[in-house]
Design a protein around this ligand. Structure first.
Ligand code: NAD
Ligand code: IPM
Ligand code: MN
Length: 375
């Protein structure tokens, strides 16, 4: 029997509950498809931070970096100022592991209620490839008061190092600023990934930007998109301003195949993508480094209001688990998990409240695990 070691970070809020169901379903798939996963638990999240002061240490990151995949619940807790845990744990991990692809399928499963009138699973089946290490997410910015001040802002990556030295002269009472940056290397690699993926799908790639206003950063994105596009003569393309693509996702989702987006817009449009596929409880994602450690998680957050209530929908996490086992090379098991999710939804007997049911979080995992063993 093949054995895998997989680190798991349940995290905050509903994280521990949904990750339990994700593990349960992978364990069941392992029994059927002949593999065993040894789960290695990591405590990072709000409680760990409050009791030790540690977000995630370089040492833990180094250790995690020796694995192929990581399973993550969600990070974020109302007891702590917004951003501390999200940047200190989640973004630290995405950057440290150089997970430059954030792969977010937008796929309406059979039997799921879709808020878009007359749209079927045939109409809603595309993938968003979100750049995951650059843009306004690099975390450099600051505040400055009246007068003169200086700031040195650095972006340290394995791909490059960039340093900004700022001389600020301001007569505003106070300013806040944030620098967005994309690099040629970082942009080309994610766009190339999107084109490669489209070759296995519908051979169409849509680009997202706001080149009409933020032209230095996203005009550059567009230029790089055009240059990569010329390497793929069989792939058709189109450009979308981010405001317009939110409209097209709702109006004509069937038009899309692979959508490639800078980091921040990718964050925003994938919550919309989640809704057109039936809700945040149904949207999985993978933070992928094709040569390194990848991390799978639901795209939603820690939904603190549902913490400990056995009420959260674990399907996004279970589906992320299917992506995780596929990454390990267990494609059959991954497919079986998605089919079992679909069967559970079609039968419509064991569903959480957000999907019109009355079952608990753990009932969903039990049922999907049962279906996997049955099929
Ligand atoms: P959220 O995604 O946690 O929740 C928004 C709403 O969506 C919830 O209130 C709930 O109504 C619904 N929802 C989300 N997941 C659900 C599920 N599995 N089942 C049923 N309903 C679900 O977003 P938020 O409220 O903006 O953020 C809460 C915290 O999570 C914040 O600290 C935020 O920074 C963090 N966050 C973390 C991640 C992550 O770990 N990847 C992603 C997004 C937000
Ligand atoms: C997501 C989340 C994160 C992001 C936050 C919590 C840092 O919204 O995974 O979509 O913005 O990437
Ligand atoms: Mn998000």
């Amino acid at each position: 029997m093949t054995q895998y070691k997989v680190p798991v970070i349940p995290g905050d809020g509903i994280g521990p509950e949904i990750i339990d169901e994700g593990k349960k379903v992978i364990d069941a798939a392992g029994e059927v498809y002949g593999f065993y996963v040894e789960w290695i638990e990591y405590p990072h999240g709000a409680d760990h931070y409050l009791s030790t002061g540690e977000l995630i240490s370089e040492e833990s990151l180094k250790e995690l970096n020796t694995y192929d995949v990581i399973f993550l619940g969600s990070i974020g807790d109302p007891r702590i100022e917004p951003g501390v845990l999200e940047k200190g744990i989640l973004l630290s991990a995405r950057f440290y592991f150089d997970q430059y692809i954030n792969l977010r399928p937008v796929k309406l499963l059979e039997g799921v209620w879709c808020p878009l009138k007359n749209k079927t699973p045939e109409d809603i089946d595309f993938t968003v490839i979100r750049e995951n290490t650059e843009d306004f997410y690099i975390g450099i910015g600051g505040r400055a008061g009246k007068g003169e001040s200086k700031a040195v802002l650095e972006v340290a990556r394995s791909l490059y190092n960039v340093k900004f030295g700022l001389d600020i002269e301001s007569d505003s009472e106070e300013i806040g600023y944030q620098i967005g940056m994309i690099s040629k290397e970082g942009t080309q690699r994610v766009i190339r990934y999107a084109f490669d993926m489209s070759m296995q799908r519908g051979k169409h790639v849509s680009s997202v930007d706001k080149a009409n206003v933020l032209s230095d950063i996203y005009g550059f994105w567009r230029e790089e998109f055009n240059s990569i596009s010329s390497e793929y003569p069989d792939v058709t393309t189109d450009f979308n301003f981010v405001d317009a693509i939110t409209m097209w996702f709702v109006k004509n989702p069937e038009f899309f195949d692979v959508v490639v987006s800078p980091n921040m817009f990718g964050d925003i449009i994938t919550d919309l993508g989640a809704m057109v596929q039936g809700g945040l409880g149904l949207a999985p994602g993978g933070n992928i480094n094709p040569q390194g450690t990848s991390m799978f998680e639901p795209i939603h957050g820690s939904a603190p209001k549902y913490k400990g209530m056995n009420r959260a929908n674990p399907i996004a996490t279970i589906w992320a688990g299917a992506m995780l086992v596929e990454q390990l090379g267990e494609k059959e098991a991954g497919d079986a998990i998605v089919r079992a999710i679909e069967q559970d939804i079609k039968e419509a007997k064991v569903l959480t409240k957000d999907m019109g049911g009355s079952s608990g979080t753990s009932d969903i995992g039990d049922e999907i695990a049962r279906i996997i063993k049955e099929i």
